[in-house]
Design a protein. Structure first.
Lengths: 165, 210
C-alpha cells in the first residue's frame, strides 16, 4: 500500500516539478540552494501527502506547500546576498532557450529585482507572474482580498522602480 | 502594454525549461532528512523538556531533601507543590503535542506561521513557568531556614534580624537574575538564528493586514 502511495506520489511530483522549480528560482540565488530548497519542499510534500485528500488539485496543493516551505520552514538563508553574482549560465536551462538576447537580459534583470524583495513580496510577485486571481492569492497567504490587492499594487510599483532606477 | 506584463510573458516562456529530475532522483530526495525549522523546534523543545525536568527530579530526589524539609517545617507544602508541578508538566507536554500536530504545511501562510510560532511559545512558557517554580521553592526554603534553622537562629539577634532578611532577599534576587540571564542568553543562542527569518516574515505578513 505504502509502496503504491509512494509511486503515485513520485509520479505526480515528477510531472509537476516545475511548480517547485519556479518557487526555488524566486527564493534562491545559486544552484546549490536551489537544489537544497527543492529537496526540502519534496520532503514536506511527501510528509503531507497522506493528508492530501484530493479536494483541491495536486498542483494547487503543491504550489501552496512549496511557497509555505520556502517562506516559513526553510532554515538556510541564501549564501550570497549580492544578487548580481547570479549567473544565468549557472541555471543552464536559460541557455537551452531559443529566444532573443534582449529578452534574456530582461529576465535576468527581473530576477535580480525580485531577489531584492522580502520573502512576502516575492510570494506576491510569484503569484502575479503565475496569473493567480486575488481570491487565490488571499487564500494562499491568509490575508483579505482587499489587502492582497493593495499590497500587490505596491509591490508592482516597487518592482518597476527597481527595474527603472 | 505594461512593462511587467511583458516580463510576465517572457517569464512564462521560460518556465518549462528547468532541468527536470527523474524518478530515481526524486525517490532519493524524499527519503532524505528534513532540515526544516519545525523539526528543529521539536528537537530543541524535547531536549529542553528533558533537561529541565531532569533538574527538577534531581533536586527533589536528593536523599537529604526530606530531612531538610522536615527541619524547616515545609514538608507538606513542598510535596503538594511538587505533585502539582508534575501535573502541570504533563499538561505542558500534552498542549505541546496537540499544537505540534496541528501544524499543517498545506494551511495558508498566515496560519502556518502563527501555528509554528505558537508551538515555540509553549516552550518559552514552559521555561518561564519552571523559573517561577524554582523561585517560589527557593523563597519557601529560605523562609523555612530563617525561621527554623538552628545555625541561622543562633546568629540572629533582634538587632540584626532585619539585615539578615534583606541579605537573604538580595541573595535570592541576585541568584535568580544570574539564572534568568543565563537562560536568556542560551535562548538567544539557540533560537536566535533559527527563527529570525520566520519571525521577520511573519511580521512582514502582519504588516499587510494593517
Amino acid at each position: 500500500m505504502n509502496r503504491d502511495l509512494e509511486k503515485k506520489f513520485i509520479e505526480q511530483l515528477k510531472e509537476n516539478q516545475n511548480i517547485i522549480h519556479k518557487v526555488c528560482r524566486i527564493y534562491t540565488t545559486d544552484q546549490d540552494s536551489h537544489k537544497d530548497l527543492f529537496q526540502e519542499i519534496s520532503i514536506q510534500l511527501w510528509n503531507a501527502f497522506p493528508k492530501f485528500r484530493g479536494d483541491s488539485k495536486f498542483t494547487t496543493w503543491a504550489y501552496r506547500v512549496s511557497l509555505n516551505t520556502a517562506i516559513s520552514l526553510y532554515r538556510k538563508n541564501n549564501r550570497s546576498i549580492n544578487t548580481n553574482t547570479f549567473d544565468a549560465k549557472q541555471h543552464h536551462y536559460i541557455e537551452s532557450l531559443d529566444y532573443n538576447y534582449e529578452e534574456e537580459e530582461q529576465l535576468k534583470l527581473l530576477y535580480q529585482a525580485i531577489h531584492s524583495l522580502n520573502d512576502i513580496e516575492k510570494a506576491l510577485i510569484l503569484l502575479y507572474l503565475d496569473d493567480k486571481d486575488y481570491t487565490e492569492i488571499a487564500e494562499t497567504l491568509g490575508i483579505s482580498e482587499v489587502n492582497a490587492r493593495v499590497k500587490m499594487n505596491r509591490v508592482k510599483t516597487k518592482l518597476k522602480k527597481i527595474l527603472n532606477p | 502594454m505594461d512593462e511587467l506584463e511583458l516580463l510576465k510573458n517572457s517569464w512564462k516562456k521560460t518556465q518549462n525549461n528547468y532541468p527536470l529530475y527523474n524518478y530515481e532522483e526524486l525517490y532519493k530526495m524524499i527519503h532524505k532528512r528534513s532540515t526544516s525549522i519545525v523539526k528543529w523546534i521539536l528537537i530543541i523543545s524535547i531536549i529542553e523538556l528533558i533537561l529541565i525536568t531532569a533538574l527538577d527530579i534531581f533536586i527533589n530526589k536528593n536523599p537529604e531533601n526530606d530531612a531538610i524539609l522536615n527541619k524547616y517545617h515545609v514538608y507538606y507544602i513542598i510535596k503538594v507543590l511538587t505533585y502539582l508541578h508534575y501535573f502541570v508538566i504533563l499538561g505542558f507536554i500534552y498542549t505541546f503535542y496537540i499544537n505540534f500536530k496541528k501544524i499543517n504545511v498545506a494551511d495558508n501562510l498566515e496560519k502556518l506561521m502563527s501555528d509554528i510560532l505558537f508551538v515555540k511559545k509553549i516552550t518559552n512558557y514552559y521555561i518561564i513557568y519552571n523559573l517561577i517554580v524554582m523561585a517560589v521553592t527557593a523563597v519557601i526554603y529560605s523562609i523555612g531556614a530563617m525561621m527554623y534553622d538552628p545555625v541561622i537562629n543562633q546568629m540572629v539577634t533582634n538587632k540584626n534580624k532585619l539585615m539578615l532578611y534583606i541579605g537573604f532577599g538580595l541573595g535570592l534576587v541576585f541568584s535568580f537574575s544570574v539564572l534568568i540571564s543565563c537562560f536568556y542568553l542560551l535562548y538567544k543562542l539557540i533560537y536566535g538564528r533559527l527563527i529570525v527569518k520566520l519571525t521577520k516574515n511573519y511580521e512582514e505578513l502582519k504588516k499587510l493586514k494593517l
